[in-house]
Unconditional design. Sequence first.
Length: 237
Amino acid sequence: MAVDVNRVHAAVVDGFEHGGAVLTAERAGPLSISVTKPATYLAWVAILGAIAGFNELAIEQLQAGQAHVLGAENGPLEDVQLAVTLPALALFWFAWWKGLGAVRVAGAFLALMGTIAVVREIDFKGLNGGHAWLDWLVALGLQDGFLALFGIATALYLFRQRRYFWGLVRLGARWQAWPCVLSVLLLATAELYLDGFTGATGHFWEELVETNGYFLFAVAAWKHSGLIGDPQLDQPL
């Protein structure tokens, strides 16, 4: 009996392709569940546990009478704010560089806003170091000039990317965006409400709430960078 070699070859190839697809599907599903999700859960536990532990330690220092140290201008809490904001800015700029569409625009917008926050937190008057030229720049309004520059850049960028307005709204309306939303609420509370408190304790609470806002800003940057390459959200118009 003659054997059709071409037909046998086609059947073998088809079998391998079908079997490979099934095997890949079987491996991809359980692997993503058994590795990715537990790793994500552990990351969340570590992050939230670290934030809770930091707050507990700070309140213990408050009860020990160290409020004037922690809440001081350019004190430990403000140093922590700067330390967590810089990597967050790096992640948001990375999203602007690698992302598409609303993911890219949101990354740039949040990076610019974070830069404004960092510039605002820096005490330019404390940077003079006795140099007349820096004293002159500070007196001329160096910090205000930086803030105005970044503010104008942010407004112009959003205007040029206005076609992504509803895409940005959809990104912000997702429940996964809660770290960013809560960060904004905490920072606004510190700036608009707690900033009026007087005394060492009042300054301590203002800085602690602000620090938690920057913690969540960093978490938001981590989550946002994970949207790069998302088949639904990371798409240009």
